[in-house]
Design a protein around this ligand. Structure first.
Ligand SMILES: C[S@@+](CC[C@H](N)C(=O)[O-])C[C@H]1O[C@@H](n2cnc3c(N)ncnc32)[C@H](O)[C@@H]1O
Length: 368
């Protein structure tokens, strides 16, 4: 009930719905003095807002909206529990080859290869990602076909590397052709092209955690938004206002679709720019830096976006020998160069990134 009320209050600050279109600042629908209008880069491809207040004025007492939102919050708690259960079942469920797969392929493959069939796989929507050993190369298409039939997916990809500035996947299509799917996790719909955009099952804990830490009405800036991996949970379950920045035009298209799919156009705005071009300073209560390998290069920008007292969720990859000092030590050093004091609130290991290297997130409060 309390969270429902708080959410209603936050609506006063997020009283606009998004209209998906591409246009310049001159013909945007932002109110003239709104934060969004001041931030909008001239001529950029973005999402624009239309005023929702007129729509809300139809529900005079607000009772209807209040009821709707308090039930939404109960559902959010439920979804978080579901997310946790999902992670556990994902861990357990991928340990065995389905007997039916073994039965079919056991008749077609040399006996010594049957034991090399993948015991682990990742399912994103109705697309399967299969790690396949070299020895199975001559049979890869038939293997993919059988996994697809037994597991009921439309497309099978061979697991490959994730690389480059946009952290793009480079997965070979083994079966089927349509690699775009909608994956539902923790009550959130993520539309993506699995062949080109990363979606790590190992990051589920962090996606669920972000849904819990966000507060209704607070301003979140997601500097590496992807398809909304971390910021959608904050807007959908946390009721936060989110500015989501994504540099890749291809990924940005899905981010926009996901905002629409999840019905959070009233509190999420997306920018197709390099986050270093984001023009606003001292605006965010919370900054998400969900990136790896080079995240430290973006610390000065995150510090400038954050308000005094804001929390920054700083991700990076860290060699084991530098833990536990890193990654906080680097963050603090860079912050001090900019005259900002920091306090470590929390630290979590997300996953193993490479042999001897871990993906870690530190929650840091900044004092400017
Ligand atoms: C690895 S994905 C992570 C998505 C999400 N933050 C998460 O942690 O699950 C990082 C995203 O940041 C985007 N990106 C990389 N450099 C960027 C920059 N300078 N400005 C904005 N987006 C950037 C990439 O295109 C990619 O979609």
């Amino acid at each position: 009930m309390t969270s429902g009320l708080a959410f209603m209050r936050s609506l006063r600050y997020s009283s606009y719905a998004l209209l998906l279109r591409s246009c310049s600042r001159r013909n945007s629908f932002f109110p003239p003095n709104s934060l969004e209008n001041q931030l909008l880069p001239e001529g950029s491809s973005s999402i624009f807002l239309i005023d929702l207040r007129s729509i809300r004025s139809h529900s005079n007492s607000g009772l209807f909206l209040f009821k709707a939102f308090s039930s939404l919050f109960d559902e959010a708690t439920e979804n978080i529990i579901t997310g946790m259960r999902m992670l556990n079942s994902m861990r357990r469920g991928t340990q065995v080859i389905k007997p039916r797969i073994r039965e079919i392929l056991g008749r077609e493959l040399p006996a010594e290869l049957v034991n090399l069939l993948p015991k682990h796989w990742v399912r994103i929507g109705d697309v399967l990602i299969l790690p396949l050993r070299e020895e199975l190369e001559p049979y890869k298409h038939r293997i993919a076909e059988v996994y697809a039939e037994v597991l009921g997916v439309k497309t099978v990809l061979r697991k490959g590397r994730i690389s480059g500035e946009f952290r793009e996947t480079n997965y070979e299509v083994l079966y089927g052709s349509d690699t775009v799917t909608v994956h539902v996790e923790n009550g959130i719909k993520y539309k993506l092209d699995v062949a080109r955009i990363m979606f790590s099952p190992a990051n589920v804990k962090e996606r669920v955690r972000m849904a819990k830490v966000a507060r209704p009405g607070e301003m979140v800036v997601d500097m590496f938004a992807g398809i909304g991996h971390l910021s959608l949970p904050m807007a959908v379950h946390g009721g936060a206002r989110v500015i989501a920045i994504e540099k890749s035009p291809y990924t940005f298209k899905f981010l926009v679709e996901n905002i629409e799919l999840n019905g959070v156009w009233d509190r999420m705005t997306a920018y197709n720019i390099d986050n270093r071009e984001f023009p606003a300073e001292n605006v965010a209560d919370r900054v998400i830096m969900g990136y790896v390998v080079r995240t430290h290069e973006f610390i000065p920008k995150a510090l400038s976006i954050a308000k005094d007292g804001a929390v920054i969720h700083y991700h990076n990859t860290v060699p084991e020998r530098l833990m536990p000092e890193e990654p906080f030590r680097t963050f603090r050093e860079i912050a001090r160069e900019y005259g900002v004091e920091v306090e470590k609130l929390n630290e979590l290991v997300i996953k193993r990134y490479a042999p001897g290297v871990w993906h870690v997130v530190v929650d840091v409060r900044v004092f400017k």
